[in-house]
Write a protein that binds this ligand. Structure first.
Ligand code: GLN
Length: 483
């Protein structure tokens, strides 16, 4: 058995006891990538040389022993910057761009003794739910190579599931960590908005974007989260708040949890397999003495419309910077500045990104701003108020992560609206800025994983993780993708 098949925390313990070295792990991971990556295509770039050199250096010096990650590799969605490395965001428009600085989260991971081992594939600029909108081609689901891994952090989720990564970071604007985690049978967490610095995360929709871990267990998720959280003076929206050691929180004894289920949101519809699986989870919780109560999120039925107004508005503004002057691609032939801008953008952006820039520009334009953008902001307040009211009655809210298991490649590419509906259960959480985790809750008889999502109060990642750890134990999901 290759060491890459062990979970991150397990390996950290083995390395610290001297049973294996960072170099042993690096070698096994490298062999796994070599064997499996051609089938999955989870990576845009794997830093094989860096990984092996750095693991050798650490192993020889023994420097890693006291650090949190003990010289083990972690990989990043390719919209997070690493100094001296390319950042593509899955787009042609960033061709040739090399980042001049480390994202704050990368600084934290390196400080804690992780080796950054590569960059994973994504929907262009995070826009999508299947990782099919990437200029580098689609990633495949390791459970079934004809299916999508979800998105937009599909490369990160697929690599963790296929055991070609021990742990990864993704970003979540409307579900992009949790949905692919659900589709690939792994754990994915979006922390509270402001918990993790966005400095060095290429902006899609700045009021919604958040970085978080994708791992094979709740314990690994807590380990990575403890490293990346914290106030950062370089991100004005990052929060100053006490930082618990999240792994410690998993052990704490606790009072009985109350979990709310918002049936009105679930009534929007889901695949019968997902519904049956979700009901099994509720039954099991009740048997384990968790009280399950009814919750209500009546305005979440407007969340998708509200999200696609706000996210596209913010995206149209954030993506204005890619004009051929400063970053990446510039068109070859042009007579004047205007033609240079328009040709560069036409050649550089994919279809979905263009669609969103158009929609976003429209909802912000004079005459339409109040009717669309301002109205969406008011709906966002209602969505937040619903969550606040629900949390008076329960500690956590539970919904399936997605209304269906992974769909087939190409199945939704011609119908953007159908694709947008994949995020019906994750988007309200981003609008409200809350912490939420997706953990595997079972597999269909076609062997496709399904996920269940626990949502917590602002800054209450501890309860989310405790609840998830209990649920993980109860469900006893011992997956592992067959590639
Ligand atoms: N799928 C959603 C979208 O296309 C969410 C993406 C994300 O969270 N980055 O916008």
């Amino acid at each position: 058995m290759g060491l890459n098949q062990f979970g991150l925390s397990e390996l950290v313990a083995m390395v610290k006891k001297g049973e294996v070295s960072p170099l042993d792990v690096a070698n096994d991971l490298f062999s796994a990538v070599d064997a499996v990556e051609p089938k999955i295509r989870a990576y845009i770039e794997f830093y094989a040389e860096d990984l092996l050199d750095e693991a050798k250096r650490l192993t020889n010096s023994g420097e890693y022993k006291s650090t949190r990650f003990a010289g083990l590799p972690i990989v990043l969605k390719d919209n997070i910057t690493v100094k001296g490395k390319r950042t593509t965001c899955g787009s042609r428009i960033l061709a040739g761009y090399v980042s001049p600085y480390d994202a704050t989260v990368v600084g934290h991971l390196k400080r804690d003794g992780a080796i950054i081992a590569g960059k994973t594939n994504l929907d262009e600029f995070g826009m999508g739910s299947s990782t099919e909108n990437s200029a580098f081609g689609a990633t495949r689901n390791p459970w079934n190579l004809d299916c999508v891994p979800g998105g937009s952090s599909g490369g990160s989720a697929a690599a963790v599931a296929a055991q070609t990564a021990l742990a990864a970071l993704g970003s979540d604007t409307g579900g992009s960590i949790r949905q692919p985690a659900g589709f690939c049978g792994v754990v994915g967490m979006k922390p509270t908005y402001g918990r993790v610095s966005r400095y060095g995360l290429v902006a899609f929709a700045s009021s919604l974007d958040q970085i978080g871990p994708i791992t094979r267990s709740v314990r690994d998720c807590a380990l990575v989260l403890s490293s990346i959280c914290g106030r950062d003076p370089r991100d004005a929206t990052s929060l100053q708040s006490p930082l618990p050691e999240f792994e410690g929180a998993l052990e704490k004894r606790r009072e009985k949890l109350t979990i709310g289920v918002p049936w009105d949101l679930l009534d929007l519809g889901m695949d019968p397999l997902v519904e049956a699986n979700f009901k099994t989870v509720i039954d099991a919780l009740e048997r384990c003495n968790v009280s399950v109560v009814d919750a209500t999120l009546p305005n979440s039925k407007h969340a998708i419309a509200c999200y696609y107004t706000i996210a596209n508005a913010e995206a149209s503004s954030n993506l204005a910077r890619y004009d051929g002057v400063r970053y990446g691609h510039r068109t070859g032939t042009y007579d004047d500045l205007f033609t240079m801008y328009t040709r560069t953008r036409d050649e550089g952006f994919g279809e979905e990104v263009k669609r969103r820039i158009l929609l976003g520009t429209y909802v912000l334009s004079a005459g339409y701003y109040d009717a669309y953008y301002a109205k969406a902001q008011r709906v966002r307040s209602l969505v937040i108020a619903d969550f606040n009211a629900s949390f008076d009655r329960c500690d956590l809210i539970m919904v399936p992560t997605s209304p269906s298991p992974a769909f087939r490649l190409g199945e939704k590419t011609d119908d953007p609206l159908l694709m947008y509906l994949s995020d019906v259960f994750t988007i309200p959480v981003n609008l409200a800025g809350l912490p939420a985790i997706s953990i595997p809750s079972g597999v269909t008889d076609q062997r496709l994983p399904m996920g269940v999502q626990l949502i917590g109060r602002p800054l209450d990642e501890e309860t989310v993780l405790r609840g998830a750890a209990d649920l993980e134990k109860m469900i006893g999901f011992h997956g592992g993708a067959v590639v």
